[in-house]
Design a protein around this ligand. Structure first.
Ligand code: MN
Length: 304
């Protein structure tokens, strides 16, 4: 056998087992709220088809202190907001307004352009309290970047919940499917977004669409990821290097359990031109986006 091919195979099997753990960077966004951000960072620019993951907080606000992100545009991708604690209020240039409370999901397809605000809900702002949530940016394929904006808002009760036969693993199925339950949100490309709570001794064998890129993000506690059981803790992102459509997560016996997001998507493998809230395929399209925004062609939020 050709030794070069042999060597290639050994490398491939290493790669297939591979798990990479990436720590978040702490940053301030919008009006100055704290985020833990595994990407984009200097070390990881994106994770095709995902562009950003922000863990908002957790942070305890005193009365009147909570901050959010006032009016700003988006074009060319989707923002997915998932609240765990606290309450947010959003408004947009299409006259759409809503409140997000713990467990609610907002899947916004910005498409050709939206101007929106994401602010603390009035009562939450007045009283203060703990805020914690996630925002994920999902890229759109070139052919869908300029589609009409769309909102899918699913209240907590509308998110399917699956439980393993031993009762140790509970999965909220935001996108895709897990343990026989299917999400209600539809996505432009195959996306899996699971919020998993696992007690000590729990195991999850999750199948994903073949070819998916997969990562986990630890929200609380610690878990063992992949067949080599690589340990990861709070605020860490776990990258599964292989793309064979199967991942395993377990939680050590006697521990405190683990809460994590498991997120997967089919990579677009298209060029990315990115400037703040606009993500397109070419520099020229970015200039168009800036121009359209400055000239009011993405609309504006009308006072209520
Ligand atoms: Mn936004």
């Amino acid at each position: 056998m050709n030794p070069a091919i042999n060597e290639g195979k050994d490398r491939l099997s290493e790669f297939r087992k591979g798990i990479r753990v990436v720590s978040s960077v702490v940053s301030r966004e919008g009006g100055g709220f704290l985020v833990h951000r595994p990407f984009p960072t200097g070390a990881l620019r994106d994770f095709d088809p995902f562009l950003l993951l922000d863990e908002m907080g957790p942070v305890n606000y005193r009365p009147g202190e909570a901050v959010g992100a006032p009016d700003h545009p988006h074009r060319g991708f989707e923002t997915v907001t998932y609240m765990l604690e606290g309450a947010m209020e959003h408004r947009d240039s299409a006259g759409h307004a809503g409140k997000l409370r713990p467990g609610d999901v907002q899947w916004m397809t910005a498409g050709s352009g939206v101007v929106h605000s994401e602010l603390p809900e009035e009562e939450f702002l007045r009283k203060g309290g703990r805020a914690h949530g996630f925002q994920l940016w999902v890229n759109l394929p070139r052919k869908d970047k300029m589609i009409r904006p769309r909102y899918q808002e699913i209240p907590r009760e509308g998110i399917p919940v699956a439980t393993s036969p031993d009762g140790k693993t509970v999965v909220r199925v935001i996108a895709g499917e897990s343990l026989g339950k299917k999400a209600v949100i539809d996505t432009r490309i195959p996306i899996t977004y699971l919020h998993v709570r696992m007690e000590a001794g729990g195991v999850l064998d999750q199948s994903l669409p073949g070819g998916s890129r997969v990562f986990a993000y630890v929200v609380k506690g610690e878990g063992d990821f992949g067949s080599e059981q690589t340990r990861a803790v709070e605020h860490q992102m776990v990258i599964f290097e292989h793309r064979d459509g199967k991942v395993t997560v377990s939680v050590p016996e006697g521990g405190t359990g683990c809460e994590f997001l498991l997120i997967a998507g089919t990579p677009l493998e298209e060029p990315i031109a990115r400037y703040g809230p606009f993500v397109m395929n070419t520099e020229e399209e970015i200039h168009e986006a800036i121009d359209d925004y400055r000239n009011g062609r993405m609309g504006m939020i009308r006072p209520s």
